[in-house]
Structure formats: structure tokens, C-alpha cells
Design a protein around this ligand. Structure first.
Ligand code: 3HC
Length: 653
């Protein structure tokens, strides 16, 4: 018999067990309707003689994806999630969670309040609230340590890390992993438990904590959380579960949740969450099928190319890596093997995974070997002649339906496409180095790119586990255009009176992992110098131009690699160099500028302002499709702190 508790929650009674199904697409979020329905289902079971136990499960591939994030910032409708969770736990009839897929945040909190948890092999659990700038708000920080211990629970709550079914079982978070039919098994367990006193997680004692081990874990978690409030609060709440009653812990948790939910960091991180989902939606691509890609050819096996190869192998693609000579190809293979070895050494990959990846890889110095690939990504030297020549050669080799992608950073891909007989199959895939680690890929929609080719670029980037953001064509696309504006303003600040270290400290205080001058030194100064020299003839003489970086390069100061740049690096350590200070002072004097003291607030304001102004230009020129895309690029490619939401969000755009 089908029972309807709300629009999103229904029930079925099977042999005395009420199987409650949450069906609230796309992710079964705990919306007001769902909460009300779940509460009603538990009440129904309590009042029914026919029902002796309850199973809660989700329709589709998610159990419950957490609280409904769209409701944040609006008044909370009753019942709120903690009321529902308490109701589940208080039930006198056994409630079994049949965790059929992701149980995240509030979803895990519902499961923790059940009296028995069974997970499907594919289930995943997490308390991802910190990624939204909040802490769990419905008992997660208090019930999880009662099952998994304080250290494991605190690590999960502070990191938001996703845990698979096997690990959840080992940690004691779930009671079993179902081999066969999950709901049938959960129903059988509910029947077995019927009539026995329910095992309530909230009644369990919290095991004693090894203070030293907790401290070591917390230090690591806090280092990763730099600048963010929520992870520290999550650690504090879980840690204190050991010394106080459940009720006290829950009250503190709820108050902290509500305070953080209204914080600027949480608003910014929610913006980022929705920005990521919005970026995947591209006007004009509705209903457009990407081309099938199973083999990728990657030409150029330098640092960037080998990183792309590893990313493609990680995603399960067959890869043919090509470089110009047998020697270059051999070096490429070594570079790729070294990257895989590093992943093995860090525990990210096991020996078997390494072998599987190498089995998918072919290395060659013969371009003809690309005859059958579905997609070619070129990562050769960033020079128009070199790349044009390569594209012409590829046209004679690859299948007519193969997609050609360029990884150029600064060249005009429309010029490259124009050199190819079939410009409609050319797209830009601008990876960031190291390409196997960095999440951002700018997908460049060239003037003639066919919709299904653009869709293919997006689909492949997504399968690589990347965050693809579509950009139009302009010098530097979205990211480097804004980075250039940032660099320009940082150099104006130098002339006006700030020193590199003042600017870096100010931006690191804002939340960047590294200030701009430390980043310039890390990346090397010579590429930007070469560009400035190329552009010199076309430069408007009335435009403000700061020549200090040119002076540095003329003095052989190319950054960290050469041991000297904006800083000196004795023993590899970044150190203020009086020689650079003198060069800056000389440049100011030459222009007759009297330096003034510039406070950190002004530095931050000017640099953020320069980024937002450049962002406005990109929007006006249709290079970026939406302000939030620009935020994603700067957060994922350039170290802009996510909890500040990105330059456009910070500027209120
Ligand atoms: N609330 C509202 N909408 C949500 C949502 C949520 N919790 N989670 C996902 N969505 C929406 C997305 O915005 C997207 O909508 P769109 O199609 O209109 O753009 C749609 O669901 C699909 O999302 P994805 O594209 O991310 O789908 P995937 O299949 O790739 O991933 C997921 C599914 C793993 C569930 C992923 O969406 C996710 O991680 N969601 C966030 C989970 C989360 O953070 N939960 C904690 C919420 S806070 C909380 O629970 C507080 C509690 O402690 C009180």
C-alpha cells in the first residue's frame, strides 16, 4: 500500500515495515516539504499497529544530498532539520537507514540518527558543510564522534572529505555494506530489530581522545583551512562532544551553524557552489551531443603536455603522447612516469593503478600514430608558426571527425584555426600547470568552433575531473587578462610607494596563498618580459607604463629559478633584497614620483578594483559569459581565496 506523506516523501508497508522513500530530485535535498514528510512518516509509524519498523532510503542515486542550500538566507520553515533528526532518533520503533548513494551533510545526519545503517557499495558519506563556510547543524558534530571516535569525526567535519562505503564500515559509521538488494536487506534488519530497545547513537558514550593525536590532526586541518572560520569551529565542536552532554553539544552546534550560515564567508562559498553549477550550462549547447572520445593524442610532452597526459590517464582515457624526436619522446615518457611515481609515493595512487595507467599509454615521435585518435591536444611551444605548422600537418593525418584542441595561453586560436582547413573542429583547452593537479580548464570558444566541438571540449574537461569554464577569444582569455590587470596595478603601487613585500603581505592577509610578486618570481619573469617587448611598438605612449620589471630582467633577475627576482632566494628562502628596493626607488625618482605610505587596505582595494574593472571589460566584450565564471577562473587558476567569492563577487557585481 502506497502512503503519501508529502510531495517528496512516500511510504510502502512491506511485511510490517514502513519503507520510506525520499524522492526530491535532483539530489533529494532536505527541503521544507521533505522535512515535513519525513516527520509525518515517523509519526505515522509510531501510531500504526501494523508497522513494527521503518526503513529510510532515497530514490535515484542519492540518499539525501543535505540541507536544501537554496533555502539558506530565507526564513527557516518548521520543522527544521534538527527536529526531524531528533524525531527519527527518538522513535520507539527501529529505524534503519538504507544508504543507497551519497549521504551528505544533513543526509548523513539523518542516517546517524537512525538505529542501524546499511550502505550500498556505491554509497558515499561526508559532512561537506565546511565547503559552504558552515558547520553541520543537525547533530553531525555530536553523533559522528559517538560512532567513529573524535579524531576521525573531527577530520571528516573539518575537511568535508568524502568517505566510501568500505571506509565508513571500518570507521563504524555504518553497520554493514549490503551485498545484494539494499532495501530488502534493510527491511529484514528492521524486522529483526522490531520489539527490541532501539540503539540510539545519541545515547552512546564518546570514547576518550588521545590529545596528542588530535592535536596533530587539527594542526594539519587548520593549515589547510587557512583564513576560513568553519573548519576550526567544526574541530572545536567535535572535540567538545567528549566532555559534555548531547543536548549541550547540539545547542552549541546549532548556534554555531546559524551564526556561520549568515557569515560573509558562507555567502561567498555558496556563491561559488552555484557558480560551479552555472558554469556547466552553456547557451546554445542545450541538446547538443559531444563527440565520443576514448583515445586522446597529446602532442608536446614537456611539463604541460606530460601533466595533461597524466590527467587523461587518471580519467581512464587511452593516450598517445607524441613529441618531435625519439629523444624528446623518451624524455616525455620519463616525465610522465615520474609524475605517476610521485603519486604513488604520496599514496594517491597504488602500484596497480600505476600499471593500469601505463598500459593505456603509447609514446611515439611519429605524428602518423595519431591517425585514429578522437581528440588531439597540442601543448607544444607557444609560438604561432610552430603551432600553425602542427595544425596543418595534423589535418593530413587525423580522422575528419577528430577534434583539434590547442593549449595556447596567449596566441590567438582563431589565427591557428584559420590555418586549418576545418576551423570548426578547433577548440582551445587552456590547462594550468601542473595540469594533472590544477582544476581549472578554460575552454576557448573560437570564432568558428562548432557547437558539438565546444561540447566535446567541456565533456572531456569534466571527465578529466576539471572545472571547465568557457571563454571567448582575447589576449590571455579570462584568467590571464585579469592577471595582467592585477600585475599592472601591483606595479603602479610600487611606483606610488609600496614595496613588493608590502603588497604581498597585504594580499596574503586578504587570503591569497601567495602575494603577486612571490607568484611572479615562482612563475618566472621572462615570458611576460618577452610579451612586453613584443607589444612595445604598439603601446600608447600616454599610457602609464612601469619599467621596473624590465630593469629586473635586464639585470638577469628572472625569478626563483635564477635565484633572484623581486626577491632574493639565498638557500631557496624568499628574502627582501635591498637591491630591488634601490631599483624601485630609482624608477620612482626618474619619474619624479614622491612615494607615499600605502596601507594594506588600500593595496587590497586597488588590486581587487583592478581585477573587477578588467572583469567588467571581459563581460562587455562577451569574452566571459557571466561574472561568476570570472570568479571561478580566478579562484581555481590564480589562488583567489574561495571564501571571498572571487573578484566580481567581492566587488558586488
Ligand atoms: N541543495 C540544493 N540544491 C542542490 C544541493 C543541495 N544540497 N546539492 C545539489 N544541488 C543541486 C545543484 O545546484 C544542481 O542544480 P542545477 O541542476 O539546477 O544546477 C543539481 O542539484 C545537481 O547538482 P550537481 O551538478 O552537483 O550534481 P552531481 O551529481 O555532480 O553531484 C552531489 C551531486 C554530490 C549531491 C553534489 O551536488 C553536492 O556535493 N551537493 C552539495 C552537498 C552539500 O554540500 N550538502 C550539505 C548541505 S549543508 C547541510 O546539509 C547543513 C546541515 O548540516 C544542516
Amino acid at each position: 500500500m502506497k502512503l503519501t506523506f508529502s510531495q517528496t516523501v512516500t511510504g510502502n508497508i512491506s511485511g510490517g515495515v514502513l519503507v520510506v522513500t525520499i524522492d526530491n530530485p535532483p539530489v533529494n535535498a532536505a527541503s521544507a516539504d521533505m522535512r515535513q514528510g519525513l516527520l509525518a512518516a515517523i509519526d505515522n509509524a509510531a501510531g500504526s499497529k501494523e508497522i513494527s519498523g521503518v526503513v529510510i532510503t532515497g530514490a535515484g542515486k542519492t540518499f539525501v544530498g543535505g540541507a536544501d542550500i537554496r533555502e539558506f538566507g530565507k526564513p527557516m520553515a518548521e520543522p527544521v532539520l534538527p527536529q526531524v533528526v531528533d524525531h527519527v532518533e527518538a522513535s520507539r520503533k527501529p529505524v534503519v537507514a538504507a544508504i543507497n548513494g551519497a549521504a551528505l551533510g544533513g543526509g548523513l545526519e539523518i542516517a546517524l540518527a537512525c538505529h542501524h545503517r546499511i550502505a550500498a557499495g556505491s554509497a558515499k558519506i561526508a559532512l561537506p558543510e565546511v565547503k559552504l563556510g558552515i558547520v553541520p547543524g543537525a547533530g553531525g558534530t555530536q553523533r559522528l564522534p559517538r560512532l567513529a571516535g573524535v579524531i576521525a569525526a573531527a577530520e571528516m567535519a573539518a575537511s568535508g572529505r568524502m568517505v566510501g562505503a568500505a571506509e565508513a564500515l571500518a570507521l563504524g559509521i555504518v553497520d554493514e555494506v549490503a551485498e545484494g538488494d539494499l532495501v530488502a536487506r534493510a527491511t529484514a534488519v528492521a524486522r529483526e530489530l522490531a520489539g527490541k530497545p532501539p540503539r540510539r547513537t545519541g545515547d552512546l558514550a564518546v570514547a576518550a581522545v588521545d590529545a596528542e593525536a588530535f592535536g596533530a590532526m587539527a594542526t594539519k586541518a587548520l593549515a589547510r583551512a587557512r583564513g576560513q572560520d568553519a573548519p576550526g569551529e567544526a574541530l572545536r565542536l567535535v572535540r567538545s562532544a567528549a566532555g559534555r552532554s548531547l543536548a549541550e553539544g547540539l545547542a552549541d552546534e546549532r548556534a554555531t551553524f546559524l551564526r556561520l550560515r549568515d557569515s560573509d564567508q558562507s555567502k561567498a562559498l555558496r556563491h561559488v557552489f552555484f557558480a560551479e553549477r552555472a558554469a556547466a550550462k552553456v547557451d546554445g549547447l542545450e541538446g547538443v551531443e559531444p563527440r565520443a572520445v576514448s583515445t586522446i593524442g597529446i602532442v608536446g610532452l614537456g611539463l604541460m603536455g606530460s601533466g595533461i597526459v597524466v590527467a587523461a590517464l587518471d580519467a581512464g582515457y587511452a593516450v598517445i603522447g607524441v613529441d618531435a624526436t625519439a629523444e624528446a619522446a623518451r624524455k616525455g615518457r620519463e616525465r610522465i612516469a615520474a609524475l605517476l611515481d610521485r603519486n604513488v609515493a604520496s599514496g594517491r595512487l597504488d602500484a596497480e593503478g600505476r600499471e593500469q595507467r601505463l598500459a593505456l599509454l603509447t609514446i611515439s615521435h611519429r605524428m602518423e600514430d595519431l591517425a585514429d585518435v578522437d581528440l588531439v591536444i597540442e601543448a607544444v611551444f607557444d609560438d604561432l608558426d610552430v603551432k600553425t605548422d602542427l595544425f596543418r600537418r595534423l589535418e593530413g593525418i587525423v580522422r575528419p571527425d577528430a577534434v583539434l584542441a590547442t593549449n595556447t595561453s596567449y596566441l590567438d586560436p582563431d589565427l591557428l584555426a584559420a590555418a586549418a582547413p576545418h576551423p570548426e573542429r578547433v577548440v582551445g583547452l587552456h590547462f594550468f600547470s601542473p595540469a594533472n593537479i590544477m582544476r581549472l580548464v578554460e575552454v576557448v570558444n573560437c570564432a568558428k568552433t562548432a557547437p558539438d566541438v565546444l561540447a566535446t571540449g567541456l565533456a572531456v574537461a569534466k571527465k578529466l575531473g576539471k572545472l571547465p569554464v568557457v571563454t571567448g577569444v582575447c589576449e590571455g582569455f579570462i584568467g590571464n587578462s585579469i592577471f595582467s590587470a592585477y600585475r599592472r596595478e601591483a606595479e603602479f603601487l610600487l611606483e606610488d610607494g609600496a614595496l613588493p613585500q608590502d603588497i604581498d603581505v597585504a594580499m596574503e592577509g586578504y587570503g591569497f596563498a601567495m602575494g603577486p610578486f612571490a607568484v611572479f618570481d615562482l612563475a618566472g619573469l621572462e615570458i611576460a618580459w618577452a610579451r612586453r617587448k613584443r607589444q612595445a611598438a604598439a603601446r600608447d605612449p600616454n599610457e602609464r607604463y612601469v619599467g621596473i620589471a624590465d630593469r629586473l630582467c635586464e639585470a638577469g633577475r628572472f625569478g626563483q629559478k635564477s635565484g633572484r627576482g623581486w626577491y632574493a632566494y639565498p638557500d631557496g628562502k624568499r628574502t627582501v633584497d635591498p637591491e630591488v628596493t634601490a631599483m624601485i626607488e630609482a624608477a620612482r625618482a626618474k619619474k619624479g614620483i614622491s612615494p607615499r605610505e600605502i596601507k594594506p587596505d588600500e593595496i587590497v582595494l586597488r588590486l581587487l578594483g583592478a581585477m573587477a574593472a578588467e572583469g567588467e571589460k571581459l563581460l562587455a566584450g562577451n569574452i566571459a559569459r557571466r561574472a561568476s565564471d570570472i570568479d571561478l577562473v580566478m579562484i581555481n587558476g590564480y589562488g583567489f581565496p574561495a571564501y571571498m567569492g572571487g573578484p566580481m563577487f567581492a566587488a558586488g557585481k
